[in-house]
Ligand binder design. Structure first.
Ligand code: HEM
Length: 221
């Protein structure tokens, strides 16, 4: 395919892919950090509540992180939506059966897993940051007590677990394609980087899933 007909090779598309890669890296770093902090739930109420109190006592750190997250999320969604629409328009007769068959499940479902994750984040902020949903109108001073109360609801825990598995699918493909965009994935490293991306995605997803599962099974109460 020549450069003039290759949609993904246009300078504006390459720029958007770089935006997706860099913001994706920021968001992937955040989920690993957030998941690691959440694992303090297993050390007990004192540990996670002290961590939350330390965060709230450092407003400059928290607000810088929030700003970076907000800008990264908005840019990631903008680049993702416009690239998807441009690619669809460029395929004018519909997807080639061969190209669709060769693409992995993660790659084919990126726009859909991305949309579910966006819905998850909106619900999650209402749930635990604003304590305005699915907590029976109660307000908590303790993060430990709030998380346990939140996950005693089976539908809420199920929504978190399904969302985390979709996060795994999204991260697994996103991470390996960001290596490609940043020019790091040559033939020699391709398989190793793909395995690294998959391992990262599973570690993050299973770390998050362990918390609602532990509450549902009575290990955290
Ligand atoms: C089992 C899974 C999770 C648990 C138990 C959990 C727990 C929490 C809690 C307790 C807070 C409020 C912290 C506070 O204000 O003190 C919070 C905030 C937040 N969480 Fe999660 N989280 C989970 C998964 C996720 C995932 C997968 C994402 C992103 C895809 C995410 C993104 C956020 C964001 C953006 C905030 C707001 C941070 C802020 O601005 O204060 N969380 N989470």
């Amino acid at each position: 395919m020549s450069d003039s007909t290759c949609q993904a090779c246009r300078p504006s598309s390459i720029g958007k892919k770089v935006v997706m890669a860099i913001t994706g890296l920021v968001l992937a770093g955040f989920v690993l950090g957030h998941m690691s902090g959440n694992l303090l739930m297993f050390k007990g109420p004192a540990a996670i509540d002290a961590y939350a109190a330390w965060l709230h006592a450092n407003p400059a750190l928290v607000w810088t992180a929030r700003l970076v997250l907000l800008v990264s999320t908005a840019a990631h969604i903008w680049a993702g939506v416009t690239l998807t629409l441009e690619n669809r328009a460029a395929r004018d007769g519909g997807p080639s059966v061969e190209a669709t068959r060769r693409a992995s499940l993660g790659s084919r479902t990126m726009p859909y897993t991305g949309l579910v994750l966006l819905a998850f984040i909106v619900f999650h902020l209402l749930h635990y940051t604003f304590q305005a949903a699915a907590l029976g109108g109660r307000k908590f001073d303790s993060v430990y007590a709030m998380v346990v109360a939140g996950f005693t609801s089976v539908p809420v825990s199920a929504f978190y677990i399904v969302s985390m598995l979709l996060l795994c699918l999204h991260l697994g493909h996103g991470f390996s394609s960001l290596f490609q965009t940043l020019g790091l994935r040559n033939e020699r490293w391709r398989n190793r980087l793909d395995r690294l991306a998959l391992a990262y995605a599973w570690i993050v997803a299973l770390g998050f899933v362990s918390i609602p599962l532990a509450v549902l099974t009575g290990c955290l109460k």
